[in-house]
Design a protein around this ligand. Structure first.
Ligand code: NDP
Length: 261
């Protein structure tokens, strides 16, 4: 019998996940197939999952918190982050994981990251700050407004008004500035100061060279967009989907090919 997997989101038609996972299922000769489901109401997630007879799923914007509410058993990291992007069905129960955060860490392995500056304080920043703190990194979070900084208990926090350069070697843009506009994540007058001392810059936005990455490249810094974060969250989800029969090293080159299609 075939196992069916899916990604739930709204919108979801742009998602690369079906390509990524189907390519791996075919390569590893797994009798499984992966599709995409447009889910308008997050509260319907559990009912749709069981009605479709799914073995597992990925969850994308805006339903990661709804997925958290739908799961019966939640992994320790996902619990701390408060968002779930990967679900597995086991004996009628939904088990939830967050592979975005460890996926991001795999995507930055080549960069020095003794002092990290995260720009933005939304859901993605929260997940990345949590995993970086857990792995002992020194993380500072800067956001344009103060309200969302309150949850970042184990990080230094700053707003644009009180920014202080602490000699960051890695700067990560987790804001949506540059996604659908030409904005920098900080005012133009600040960007030089923010990037001073930095060796590398990463943007979680993928598929385009954002103004942030352009500014970093102009200063001769190493840059990377969010495509590897997307890749590695998928690699780690695939490990869950296949009961850990394959490891990161085997899955990564196969899944990476989906980005060339
Ligand atoms: P949220 O809506 O939770 O947070 C957005 C953050 O961006 C807030 O801190 C907000 O600041 C800030 N922000 C928005 N616009 C601007 C601006 N013009 N200038 C400065 N700051 C701004 O978003 P998410 O955390 O869910 O997603 C953030 C980005 O991450 C998106 O672009 C998304 O596509 C990307 N992403 C990529 C993934 C990947 O696999 N590569 C996975 C998940 C997300 P304020 O609090 O002041 O409003």
């Amino acid at each position: 019998m075939q196992n069916l997997f899916a990604i739930f989101g709204n919108p979801v038609s742009h998602s690369k996940s079906p390509l990524m996972h189907n390519r791996c299922f075919a390569h590893f000769k797994e009798k499984s197939c992966y599709t995409r489901i447009l889910l308008k109401n997050g509260e319907d997630l559990k009912a749709r999952f069981f009605a479709l007879g799914l073995s597992g799923a990925n969850i994308t914007v805006p339903h990661k918190e709804a997925a958290f509410a739908a799961c019966d058993v939640i992994d320790e990291d996902a619990k701390a982050i408060g968002a779930i992007n990967t679900i597995i069905e086991k004996n009628g129960k939904l088990h939830g994981y967050n592979t975005d955060a460890p996926g991001f860490m795999l995507s930055i392995e080549e960069f020095s990251r003794e002092k990290v500056l995260l720009l933005g304080a939304g859901g993605t920043a929260k997940a990345i700050a949590y995993i970086m703190n857990k792995r002992g990194l020194d993380v500072t979070v800067m956001n344009r407004s103060a309200g969302r900084l309150e949850g970042f208990n184990h990080c230094e926090t700053m707003t644009w008004e009180n920014f202080e350069n602490r000699g960051f070697d890695l700067v990560v843009n987790t804001t949506s500035a540059g996604l659908a506009d030409g904005n920098l994540p900080v005012p133009e007058a600040m960007i030089g100061g923010v990037l001073e001392n930095a060796k590398a810059c990463v943007d979680v936005i993928y598929g385009k060279q954002t103004p942030f990455l352009q500014a970093a490249q102009k200063r001769g810094l190493e840059v990377k967009d969010g495509a590897d974060m997307l890749l590695y969250q998928g690699v780690l989800a695939f490990e869950h989907f296949t009961g850990h029969r394959y490891g990161t090293r085997e899955i990564t080159p196969v899944m990476r090919k989906a980005f060339e299609l």
